[in-house]
Design a protein around this ligand. Structure first.
Ligand SMILES: [Zn+2]
Length: 233
C-alpha cells in the first residue's frame, strides 16, 4: 500500500507531464500547419484523390485503390493496397490535401518495393501490441511487490514500444521524401511556394512521430528511475 501511495506523489511524474506537453505542442503545430495549408489552393487544381492517382501511376503502381472515408484530416495507407483519405482531403485541391495524399502513396511505394524498415515494423507489430498493453501493469505489479524481475520485464516490454516508435521515424520520413519528389516530378506542384508549403505540412506531420518517440523515451526513463529508486529504500 505504501508503494502505491508513493507512486501517486512520485516526483518522476514530471516526466509524464513533460511528455504530455511535447505531444500537445506537436499536435497543435501539426493541426495549425495542416489547417493553414488546407486553405491554400494549388495552381494546377489537382485534388487529393487526383494527386494520389497521379503519384501512384507515376511510380508505376496500378493496383492500389484510393478510397474516401469518414473523419476529418485523416489519412492512412493500408496493406490491403488502399490509400484512404477523409472527405476533404479526397476532394480538396489544397497543399495539405495533395501533400497528405502523396505521403500515403509514399507508403504504397514502400510496400511495392519491399522497403525493409516496414517489413521490420510489421514483424514486431504483434509483439508491440502485447508489450504496450502489458508493460506498465507488469511494471507496477513488480513495484508494488518489490519484485525486481517483474520490474525488469516491464522495462524490457516497454523498450519494445520505444523501438517500434523509433522505427516509424525512418518509414515516415522516407514516405514524405518520396511524396515530395513525386509531387514535383508529376507536375502537381508548380511553384516554389507550393513546394515549400507541402514540405512544411509533411514536416509538421512527421514531428508528431518525433513527439511520440520523445514521450515514450521519457516514460522509459521514468520506469528506470522508479525501478532504481526502489533499491535504495
Ligand atoms: Zn505515414
Amino acid at each position: 500500500m505504501f508503494y502505491g501511495y508513493r507512486m501517486m506523489i512520485d516526483p518522476t511524474y514530471v516526466l509524464v507531464i513533460l511528455a504530455g506537453i511535447i505531444a500537445l505542442a506537436a499536435s497543435a503545430y501539426c493541426n495549425s500547419t495542416m489547417s493553414r495549408y488546407s486553405r491554400q489552393r494549388i495552381s494546377t487544381g489537382v485534388t487529393g484523390q487526383e494527386a494520389a492517382e497521379r503519384v501512384l501511376h507515376g511510380a508505376g503502381i496500378y493496383d492500389v485503390g484510393i478510397r474516401q472515408m469518414g473523419g476529418r484530416g485523416i489519412s492512412f495507407y493500408r496493406y490491403d493496397k488502399t490509400v484512404n483519405l477523409s472527405a476533404e482531403l479526397f476532394h480538396q485541391s489544397s497543399i495539405t490535401a495533395v501533400a497528405t495524399a502523396a505521403h500515403e502513396c509514399g507508403h504504397a511505394m514502400q510496400h511495392a518495393t519491399g522497403y525493409g524498415v516496414n517489413r521490420l515494423i510489421n514483424l514486431i507489430n504483434p509483439v508491440m501490441q502485447i508489450s504496450s498493453n502489458l508493460a506498465i501493469p507488469i511494471f507496477i505489479i513488480g513495484l508494488i511487490f518489490s519484485w525486481e524481475p517483474l520490474q525488469s520485464l516491464g522495462i524490457l516490454l516497454f523498450t519494445v514500444v520505444v523501438i517500434f516508435q523509433l522505427l516509424t521515424l525512418p518509414s515516415e520520413f522516407n514516405a514524405s521524401r518520396r511524396a515530395m519528389a513525386m509531387l514535383q516530378n508529376t507536375g502537381i506542384l508548380q511553384t516554389e511556394e507550393e513546394v515549400r508549403g507541402a514540405r512544411k505540412v509533411l514536416i509538421a506531420a512527421g514531428l508528431t512521430y518525433v513527439a511520440a518517440l520523445a514521450g515514450a523515451l521519457l516514460q522509459l526513463l521514468r520506469l528506470i528511475i522508479l525501478s532504481g529508486g526502489r533499491d535504495r529504500d
